[in-house]
Design a protein around this ligand. Sequence first.
Ligand code: ARG
Length: 561
Amino acid sequence: MNSKKQIVEALAKVLPAEITAEQITKLIEKPKTSDLGDYAFPTFILAKTMHKAPNMIAEELVGQMDQTGFEKIVNTGAYINFFLDKAAFSDAILKEVLKEQDNYGNQNEGSGNVPIDMSSPNIAKPMSMGHLRSTVIGNSIAKILTKLGYSPIKINHLGDWGTQFGKLIVGYKMWGSKEDVEKDPINNLLKYYVRFHKEAEEKPELDDEARAWFKKMEDGDKEALALWTWFRSLSLSEFQKIYTRLGVEFDSFNGEAFYNDKMDAVIDTLEEKNLLKESQGAEIVDLSDLDLSPALIKKTDGATLYITRDLAAAIYRKNTYNFVKSLYVVGSEQSEHFKKLKAVLKMMGYDWSDDIHHIEFGLITNGGKKLSTRKGRVILLENVLNDAVDLAKKQIEEKNPDLKDKDQVAESVGVGAVVFHDLKNERRDSFDFNLEEVVRFEGETGPYVQYTNARALSILRKAGDVDFDGDLTLADPEAWDTLKMIQEFPEILSRAGRIYEPSVIAKYALKLAKSFNQYYAHSKILTEDDGRVARLALVKSVTIVLQISLALLGVKAPEEM
Ligand code: ARG
């Protein structure tokens, strides 16, 4: 069922042979208003080859075209306007969706392993809104790529190594206690961390102490490693609570520490290829030819760095997964880091570095201000989710006080609202977070899409058993917009995957929900006999496509709300 293909074929028969089907496909437009048809083809580019005015060309071509399979083909000025045969179109698309169900839109666009580096919070710090973005964007991209034929591998590259652990150990030893940490691990660890930074401003010797503790960690000191292991496992179980609420699972938790024994090999290769240079006692790779600052591989004291671990991780992933591409869902502020990472890999002779893509995203701000762990200006993700769920619950109490499983539905709606809000924005854009706006049941929100789906499901419940086997021709002009959107879904999905952009799906879901609500307002779906089965098939198809879309975003679809 591909109406665009049908148009390309009709055009190819009358256009000069040197214009390829691919070129034709690219030129086809969607008219602004439906009175100009479903698709239009501009003839301007033909003027040169055909030596005629575009509107004459349009008129002439229309005269030559075979109109079977279309309601009509006409010319308007320089455009050829195509009106699809609504009866045939509706029957075909509804049958296809009902047959494919959850598999509707599945494609074989590609195959092979695609590691996705996502979430990757830092141990001993609360998971921030930025890590939420990485988590939900990564999760959604994984689902989209799966539907397109790829095999994603979700990797949580935990920030579980680095000088911050030295700081934490110093802070813990000075101000902490076992009991406090056990009572409220993340908050107390964060407290030591924030206090460390405040006090280190006056007492820089604290920084030296912290460096020394991290060095001990790298040298395998027992006490240092025991504290580290303890902080790590406490943090991880806190993070796990959030992942469970978000419904996100990982294939690997190999964080930075995992690469400790894999960096020597990287440094050896860098040396062999003569890429390491000494600079003020440190080892660097000079990237000035590429207009990038040097990649700092080893500090003066021998300690390795973030990028050293990322080099080891990139190579490990290639060797382990033999990926077709390797994605890193990390904020835009690290774009320089990923440029350097790719550049150094390339210099090492790894041409597959071209398959590495930094899937960057913007900041979530609070009142326009950047959030910062060091300054203690954090929004705790857990609180955000709890507040969202409370707000959802309040609205459910008002709208549907008798609903069963109110708490569970409120959880799906509240958490879903936060996730949806994050994904509906193009990932590179920064946006402000305002809870009231996020959890509204009307407007461009997740709850609006969920609510539309629940309402459509309730129509189907009222309809009882319906046999969809017969003719599903739906001639209602009000249904046309919704039908066409359903048919566009596979194209939307493939676009979302090509540009790694879940917002394409979120925006589509909003549009489809809106279009369906309009249809619902203007049509007697249940009460009129004539065409009832086809109308219900449309309702059913809408629920299928809305549910696929929500699932692709990692948002639940409650049956009632
Ligand atoms: N832990 C880092 C942070 O919070 C993100 C890690 C991203 N992944 C990577 N392979 N560098 O900033």
